[in-house]
Design a binder for this molecule. Structure first.
Ligand code: RNT
Ligand code: ZN
Length: 421
């Protein structure tokens, strides 16, 4: 039997098994094909960007590892993203940070313009994909004090407000050019290592700064604003200005999106439980799917219980139109193309598993109070042959099935990555 015959046969068996539970696998695949994941550009170069040779400095985030072959230029990074996307079923998006601008000479962050992203936009257009965007409020001399938008230094605060403003212009240009709204996210690392005497002042200043940044109304068909909350970071253990309550309040009051990063909460808290809570009050949210190991370590996303639970929540709640799924991890200790591919394929797999769930039946049994059935079924579902559906989906999408993508990454490593100094 040929490989494709074997995959086809396994799929037909799985299709039948799921049909017994009232699940239509063809329909699940069709729905899955329409979900775009926003791939974070910064997995390709350890959040370095192309501004200076220094790479990631400050902000309380860290890429560890020295695996060879990281992208050194925008062209290299685009080639890497192309490679990753060729290994993923479906059409996805690219999420760019402001430090990935392409400028002939040094352009300050408060002076960035859409034209500095022309090559990215043209590339996205040629590939028929959408883009998302982020201001970069770290890795900069004006962020060294640990305070940006909440700084008491008016010159510094203004500089970052201007950065936030130009980023919205850039995001809107991307959205306009590409015909799909650009989710433009704002995250700052502002906070204190040790116990502050004034928690109130920085938060009042942050609110003022955000009001200034978001003052100009923008067309939501081009730009969607998001704000990202966080519990703590390295160097801001005792106090983070942009905390959860702060940004939830801000987002509700100002109708922005809230960005929930799965690494930004206390380790016993889960984002899967927060989605339906915040969507009771917000129209849309952005996810930064990451994997914190003991802290916000941004490990490569794997098919964990929590990843599956997040996907279940999105599907069960019928939130696909309201949840923008972005990724946020960066591992420099393994092949970066593989890291991207593993994490993104896992996100897609989790969505597939969720789409293959007999959600209505589960809800019905729950409503009838049959919690025994609910638990029994939830456990039985875990060993249903979703792998056969996944393989079939990859085959039909003309992308590598199962682990065969790894051989392509190895070849790319040999032919491209290993030639980078
Ligand atoms: C940091 C935030 C933020 C960054 C990226 C690079 O804790 O999660 O989203 O990881 O912007
Ligand atoms: Zn994040």
């Amino acid at each position: 039997m040929s490989n494709s015959e074997r995959i086809e046969k396994a799929y037909q068996a799985a299709r039948q098994r799921y049909a017994e539970l009232g699940v239509d696998t063809d329909r699940a695949i069709e729905r899955l094909g329409k979900i775009a994941i926003s791939l974070h550009c910064w997995q390709g170069d350890d959040v370095g960007g192309f501004e200076s040779g220094e790479g990631l400095t400050g902000g309380g985030i860290m890429a560890t590892g020295a695996y060879p072959g990281k992208a050194r230029t925008a062209d290299e990074l685009r080639a890497d993203v192309d490679k990753v996307m060729s290994l993923l079923p479906g059409k996805h998006r690219l999420n760019l940070h402001a430090i990935y601008a392409e400028t002939r000479s040094k352009v300050e962050r408060n002076e960035l313009q859409p034209e500095h992203f022309t090559a990215w936009i043209d590339w996205a257009k040629a590939n028929g994909i959408g883009m998302d965007f982020n201001g970069t409020f770290f890795s900069h001399p004006k962020a060294e004090s640990g305070f940006t938008l909440s700084s008491a230094d008016e010159g510094i605060r203004k500089f970052w407000v201007e950065h936030g403003m130009v980023c919205r212009k850039i995001g809107a240009a991307m959205g306009k050019e590409l015909g799909t709204p650009c989710v433009t996210n704002l995250w700052i690392a502002d906070g204190y290592k040790d116990i502050p005497a004034d928690r109130k002042g920085p938060r009042e200043r942050l609110r003022k700064s955000l009001d200034e940044i978001f003052a100009e109304p923008m067309d939501p068909s081009q730009l969607l604003d998001a704000v990202e909350c966080k519990l703590f970071g390295i160097g801001s253990e005792s106090y983070v200005v942009g905390s959860h309550e702060f940004y939830l309040g801000y987002a509700i009051e100002n109708k922005t999106l809230l960005c929930l990063d799965t690494g930004h909460f206390h380790p016993t808290e889960v984002v899967s439980d927060k989605i339906s809570s915040v969507l009771t009050f917000l129209d849309e949210i952005l996810l930064h799917v990451s994997r914190g190991v003991r802290w916000d370590s941004d490990h490569v996303v794997i098919l964990s219980d929590e990843l599956r639970a997040i996907a279940q929540e999105i599907i069960r709640g019928d939130y696909l139109g309201r949840v923008h799924i972005g990724l946020d991890f960066f591992d420099a200790s393994i092949n970066r193309i593989a890291a991207w591919t593993i994490g993104t394929r896992c996100m897609i797999k989790a969505l597939l598993i969720a789409l293959l769930e007999p959600s209505d039946k589960l809800r019905q049994m729950e409503a009838e109070g049959d919690f025994t059935w609910r638990l029994a079924m939830l456990e039985e579902l875990k060993t249903l042959p979703f792998g056969a559906v996944w393989d079939y989906y990859c085959m039909k999408s003309d992308v590598p099935v199962a682990e065969s993508w790894l051989a392509e990454v190895r070849a790319y490593e040999k032919n491209v990555l290993s030639k980078r100094g």
